[in-house]
Ligand binder design. Sequence first.
Ligand code: FRU
Length: 491
Amino acid sequence: MKMTREQRYRRIEQAEPGEIAKLEARISECPWRQRYHIQPITGLLNDPNGFAYYQGYYHLFYQWFPLGTEHGMKYWYHTRSKNLVNWENVGIGIEPDSWYDSHGAYSGSAIEKDRKLHLLYTGNTRDEAWVRHPYQCLAVMDESGSVSKRNDPVISSVPAGYTEHFRDPKVWQQGDTYYCVIGAQRTNETGCTVLYRSIDLNNWELLGEIRTRFTSFGYMWECPDYMEIDGKGVLVFSPQGLDAAGDHYQNIFQSGYLIGEPLNLQTREFNHGEFQELDRGFDFYAPQTMQGPDGRRIMVGWMGLPDLTYPTDDNGWAHCLTIPRQLTLRGGKLIQQPVAEMEQLRKQEEGTHIRATMDNESRSFAGFKGIAYELICEISNVSAEIVGIEFRASETEKTVLLYDRIQQKVILDRTMSGAELSEQNGAIRRCTLTADVIKFRLFVDSSSVEIFVNDGVEVFTSRIFPRRDSVDIRLFARGGKADFEATQWLY
Ligand code: FRU
């Protein structure tokens, strides 16, 4: 049953007696709870927020509505980890308890200053006419982990030329100066990003729009992120309102990036190439990056999208975050690879290894099955027309990942993946790949798969909702032969 607006905008202490316990009971019976992904204890998770390394821990917060699976009153929920793999639930990070975040502590980012972690976020408010008024706010977490908010917003108005869709500050430091980029909608209903500067994180000076070539590219850009990798500037953002075009922009909203010369902070000129999508799957949005203490650029995304329903809604929770991925630049693209620490989840050092030449057949292999695992499969000497893997499979269910050598496409098909998903989202995603050797690296969990193709040149991130007894893995080649070499590690 859909919640009313009043129900959605309740804070945790306004829950009915027993309401949270009831949610917890439903969740404990859910067959799709994840084993190694960050997921909400109750209710809905969305964007990753405040991803930072501070006092020996990676801290990762996320947008959280505790009382249901619709988008309602958002909190920041706090998790932390020493190794990017084993995450500990810390508890509420930021509560929406002030006049300037009365309708949600929306997305934002974190940076360390004076040995404190500064959390810059959007306070979402609505007036009596339900008109939105956003404020950019600051909260500070000290070494003991306690978070205190500043009394007033640090950016208290939307500059002229932009609508009330003005949010998601991402902060970084260059020399002695802090910059932040904010996702915005121009009054002509096109999306863009706006840049601010500060020397103390408290007083912010408006610099103006980041000048890209995209003057009319969707109606809103959410969750921007700017970084420099190998001397290049990279602007990541999640544009809304792009029409599907061939294999592109198949999701209701997109996430992608522009690569160019480093952003000119004086002129705000950003000379860049094409917009490229970060992900080819069904469920990826609003990613955030951070720089680790060793200099690595690490990204986490929301494994979900706004405005869609998911099967776990009936179980009282929705969505999870992706595994952390290291970003590098190669051949004019952002390459994504699971952080090396993921290997710590492998239960056996060697894994189960198989090698086979497949000739117009489909086969399973002894000991090759599971619910939560990593699978690396390399396919070479391909004369077959189609080669691939079926996983989380049984008599009646399967998720199919294949390479079509004739069309040169990687295809993910979740037509038979299990419980039904939003129909409007379709059941197939594909992208072009020209390669002789195909390497699929899969991270499968109770209700998701993340597929890194050829060492991260393409990634497919998707939720799937199979039955718990759909555990088979089958390899196949159609219309000819191919050599398969595969290793599986249970997680
Ligand atoms: C993206 C987003 C952000 C906003 C947050 C609210 O999914 O809409 O723009 O800050 O979610 O939860």
